[in-house]
Design a protein around this ligand. Structure first.
Ligand code: IVH
Length: 699
């Protein structure tokens, strides 16, 4: 360590700091432009905030680095020339953000307020209003003599854009206030888009893009979609993108009459806005002191994922307006309010690889392997890309920087790629045409999005999962046969077919890693116990594609015996409740493959048994012996579906009406069959009658 100062950190405020500050300013300018002006952010908010704070800290430590054009010196975005400009009569301020996402963030705010107000320990707690921090865009609504005359965006806080026509499309915003509202009233609040509206909009956008319509794009998140809709020059398009609004404050106000509306607290003011018909979030609450703030923060955190719209935190405001006035402002922010954030639900990371995983039924799923990133409260390292089409649609490539979102218990997803950070020459993702595990051909059936490995149980990935599934609690219920052990048993070649499980030797098991002798004994006992099962469990455990627990139960009930299921034709299978053509085909082809019947035989030979019952006698089916004719268009279901359901209950669905017909079900535009039924005196049913018939009632 000879010259630490030459190789270590440069002296504070040196050229490196100046360079970094310049870099940060230019990055923030670019990201700010993309966010505020183009409504297409390049990086997640969390990244922007980090860079912003880094620059703030640098400027604070080295004021000589501060330049007047620094992004830290202004509030919002630029003003689009396309809209009329509006000078705000009362500036639209910003709000300080508490970045400590822990409860201590709320405590710090309360402590600051008490200090500023000169309150001592023995003084009563301060009353605050807890609000949601909506993730949309700020809007000022100006009412004159009760009529909405102008809606303006925040812009740079002093001058915004006039977007009245677009805001008028928001049904929740009253165009007229009740009588006795103030002469002039400026309501401040947030325009946002609900998540369901956002999903629907993006779906429509995708269809437009697919239809080759030029200039269409999808939106990264509801806030950008909302911002895009508000700043649409064509209010017809804005109207197609449903927006919502919450009020949280006031701007200009001139009382109409002497005395006018009067309120002493922020909360009372909000309740008055609500009474005038403006939407105020129902979570808005008065709370006492730091304890109240912390409880509010936690309550909303628990509700957050269930809300139909995005919030990125909560806002605390001192309730008493006289106290607010005493606290005043620091530069562009009120001292009496703070935004307390939640951990970000979107973060940036890089794609280290795109692996293809093989599912139980051979489905190949591309999975992005991510550099670990803390998002939505957990560390995320994987995000499914679902299938080739989806991976291509998002155009995720190895080496890409991506925005990852994780909200609530929803599995993490890649929202978008940060295109300008793509490494040169990164090739687009393509699905391999061979299974990455067994090398069998991978195929995509027509009309399906998924590629599948055709290796079946020859593929060790499918085999492993077939075995986990077989052992599942709701299948054969083999306690103690975990994923890791199955992997080892398959990899070591001890288990190649399901039946091999029942021939495992104690020595083999106790030789496996992390397997104590006692666990080996327990597992063998569990295997032994699993041999006495039910037909339904056995059918479910085979892992036939499309045969879930419920279908397995129906099959067992319907056929009573395994041999009957195995021998059933597709037509016979269609008679089973809830079995349609796809499921029937899947069951039939499963048993038609010799190695599947061999596995079944081997399991029986190993001692797997169940009580066999009788097939459901045709007479036991509620509609056995009933002949029905379907004609016309039904409202409640398609004709195929009606046929399937009737047949599942034992009815015969015939093509023409005769004296033997029990019912004719006639929908809209029924023709000659209806006439014939009427002529023959056959009872005619409509949708309601059909529903009764299917429910086992007499129509
Ligand atoms: S009050 C005088 N309350 O957060 C304080 N703002 O920088 C003015 N926001 O873009 C803001 N929810 O649109 C306030 N309950 C809430 C809010 C809220 C979201 C937004 C606001 C602005 C930013 C504040």
């Amino acid at each position: 360590m000879s010259h630490p100062d030459l190789f270590g950190d440069l002296p504070a405020g040196g050229p490196a700091d100046a360079q970094r500050a310049a870099d940060l300013r230019s990055l923030l300018h670019r990201y700010g432009h993309a966010y505020y002006t183009l409504d297409t952010p390049e990086v997640p908010d969390a990244e922007y905030d980090r860079l912003f704070r880094e620059l703030q800290a640098l400027e604070l430590a080295h004021p000589e680095l501060l330049s007047p054009d620094s992004p830290t010196q202004r509030v919002g975005g630029a003003v689009l020339a396309a809209f009329e400009q509006v000078k705000h009569r009362v500036s639209m301020l910003s709000i300080r953000t508490e970045t400590d996402t822990e409860p201590s963030g709320a405590e710090a705010f309360d402590a600051r307020m008490r200090k500023e107000l000169g309150l001592g320990e023995s003084d009563a707690p301060v009353t605050y209003v807890g609000e949601l921090k909506f993730d949309g865009l700020a809007m000022s609504l100006r009412y004159e003599r009760g009529v909405l005359v102008q809606a303006a965006t925040r812009g740079d806080g002093e001058t915004g854009e006039e977007v009245t026509a677009n805001i008028r499309t928001i049904g929740q915003i009253p165009l007229r206030l009740p009588p006795h509202a103030p002469d002039v009233l400026e309501v401040r609040g947030e325009v946002y888009m609900r998540r369901d509206a956002f999903e629907a909009l993006n779906e429509r956008q995708r269809q437009r893009i697919a239809a080759g319509i030029k200039g269409e794009k999808t939106f990264v998140n509801p806030r950008n979609a909302a911002a895009g809709a508000v700043r649409q020059l064509d209010s017809g398009i804005a109207a197609e993108r449903p927006l919502s609004f919450f009020a949280y404050g006031l701007g200009d106000i001139t009382p109409a009459t002497e005395g006018g509306p009067h309120w002493a607290s922020h909360f009372d003011m909000l309740m008055q806005l609500k009474a005038w018909g403006l939407p105020v979030a129902e979570q808005t609450a008065c709370v006492q002191g730091a304890l109240g703030l912390v409880a509010f923060h936690q309550r909303i955190a628990a509700e957050r994922d269930a809300l139909p719209y995005d919030i990125d935190g909560v806002v605390y405001k001192v309730n008493d307006l006289a106290l607010q006035a005493r606290l005043g402002f620091v530069t562009r922010e009120p001292r009496w309010a703070v935004a307390h954030k939640y951990p970000a639900q979107e973060e940036m990371t890089t794609v280290q690889a795109i692996d293809v995983q093989v599912g139980r039924t051979g489905k190949l799923t591309p999975v992005a392997k991510l550099a670990p990133v803390f998002v939505g409260g957990v560390t995320v390292t994987n995000a499914t890309l679902h299938n080739e089409l989806e991976a291509r649609r998002k155009d995720v490539r190895v080496g890409d920087t991506v925005i990852v979102r994780r909200a609530g218990d929803v599995i993490p997803e890649v929202v978008s790629v940060v295109l300008d950070r793509r490494p040169q020459g990164a090739p687009p993702f393509t699905m391999m045409d061979h299974c990455p595990v067994c090398g069998s051909l991978a195929e995509r059936e027509e009309g399906e999005a998924d590629h599948r490995c055709t290796g079946g149980l020859f593929c060790s990935a499918q085999r492993k999962q077939a075995i986990w599934h077989f052992a599942h609690r709701r299948a054969m219920d083999v306690d103690g046969l975990g994923d890791k052990l199955v992997d080892q048993l398959v990899d070591a070649g001890h288990v190649t077919t399901l039946a091999d499980l029942y021939h495992l030797k104690p020595e083999t098991l106790s030789n496996m890693a992390r397997m104590a002798e006692k666990s080996a004994v327990n597992l063998l006992e569990a295997l032994e116990k699993s041999k006495s099962t039910t037909l339904a469990r056995f059918l479910f455990s085979l892992g036939i594609r499309h045969v879930g627990e419920a279908t397995a139960k129906e099959l067992a009930r319907h056929f009573g015996q395994l041999d009957a299921v195995m021998a059933a034709s597709e037509d016979a299978l269609l008679q089973v409740a809830d079995v349609g053509p796809v499921v029937a085909h899947s069951i039939h082809t499963f048993f038609a493959q010799p190695h599947h019947s061999e596995v079944v035989q081997a399991l029986r030979d190993a001692g797997v048994t169940w009580p066999e019952g009788d097939a459901l006698a045709p007479t036991e089916m509620p509609l056995a012996g009933t002949t029905v004719v379907l004609t016309g268009t039904l409202h409640s279901m398609g004709r195929d579906e009606a046929k399937e359901k009737l047949e599942a209950l034992g009815a015969k669905v015939a093509g023409s009406v005769s004296k033997k017909t029990d019912y004719v079900v006639a929908g809209a535009e029924a023709g000659s069959k209806l006439e014939k039924a009427q002529a023959l005196g056959v009872p005619v049913l409509d949708d309601t009658g059909l529903a009764m018939l299917l429910a086992g009632e007499k129509p």
